[in-house]
Design a protein around this ligand. Structure first.
Ligand code: ADP
Length: 295
């Protein structure tokens, strides 16, 4: 449902701005030049869009959650665990971007440059990639979602709000020195795309600030020889991504806080300490116990 609504909205909004992203490279250029296009019909502000489909009661559908948090905080790890527990897809816009840039599609070179500088991809491209992903999921009968890395701008948040209800936004937090170490230690299996971490983070308590210990998250033997480092996980690019996150995403955090949807969660350490506490905060401990007992 959400996918159909989002797709209709995107098509309606986007038709004067840009065409589907996979059809031609000139399309991408056109999306930038449309501001000066005299034939462009002025769009209405995003907040004036009415939902295109009736919003469904939470009891009639799966959860629609968002995971926010700085680069390296572990959004993907926890969102993916929760998606298994709740039976909803985990949709990471960063993964959609990386899939597009590793394809030979017309956008791949431009996306590579943007991502390798630590910059954000345009709202139009992200909405288009997400829309395609939701549409494919809808065709397979998926419902609900945990979004990871979306929205990152107020405009993305407004577009999402225009088409569907978000039940909960989880904002994961970690101190910045740990974020940098975690990004530097991140490795991805080039075959199954799972994330691992080779860093052993052990920061001692100092001046009343508690220490942090995070054991490495090592791959199983099948993945060990296939690990790669993301091209944007260099110290310089990580710092730029953190800077941009702080500039662009804090307004998004305010957006959801002001709507009473935000769960702020300070990660107390690595997965063994954090996962049970996160489940408890989400009132999901019993669900996890049942899952473990059934396994
Ligand atoms: P991280 O959270 O570690 O920075 P992601 O895997 O979420 O990494 O994203 C990688 C890159 O993909 C981002 O640096 C950005 O260029 C792009 N990207 C992902 N999601 C979005 C989004 N919602 N809006 C704009 N760009 C995005």
């Amino acid at each position: 449902m959400a996918a159909i609504a989002l797709n209709r909205l995107v098509r309606a909004k986007a038709s004067f701005y840009f065409s589907p992203i996979s059809s031609s490279s000139s399309i991408f250029r056109r999306s930038f030049s449309s501001e000066t296009d005299p034939t462009r019909v002025p769009s209405s502000p995003i907040h004036e869009h009415k939902p295109l489909l009736p919003r469904r009661d939470l009891k009639d559908r799966n959860v629609q959650w968002i995971f926010l948090g700085s680069p390296g905080v572990g959004k993907g790890t926890y969102a993916s665990r929760l998606s298994n527990l709740l039976g909803v897809p985990h949709i990471a816009t960063g993964d959609l971007v990386r899939e597009e840039l590793s394809s030979s599609g017309p956008l791949s070179q431009q996306l590579k440059e943007i991502v390798n500088q630590g910059k954000l991809v345009s709202d139009e491209i992200i909405i288009s990639l997400l829309s395609k992903r939701l549409e494919a999921g809808d065709a397979k009968g998926e419902s609900g979602f945990i979004l990871d890395g979306f929205p990152r701008t107020i405009r993305q948040a407004e577009i999402l709000e225009g088409v569907t209800d978000i039940d909960l936004v989880v904002n994961l937090k970690l101190r910045e020195d740990v974020l940098v170490e975690k990004c530097l230690g991140r490795r991805v299996c080039s075959e199954c795309n799972k994330n691992f971490n080779v860093a052993c983070i052990n920061i001692e308590a100092k001046n009343g600030i508690p220490g942090v210990y995070m054991a490495p998250l090592l791959p199983p033997s099948g993945c060990a020889s296939k690990l790669i480092t993301r091209s944007d996980d260099t110290e310089e690019v990580i710092k730029e991504r953190l800077r941009i996150y702080n500039d662009m995403c804090h307004p998004v955090e305010e957006f959801y806080s002001s709507r009473g949807k935000m769960l702020e969660f300070d990660l107390p350490g690595g997965i063994p300490e954090s996962w049970p506490k996160l489940l408890h905060a989400l009132n999901l401990d019993e669900q996890e116990e049942r899952r473990v007992a059934a396994a």
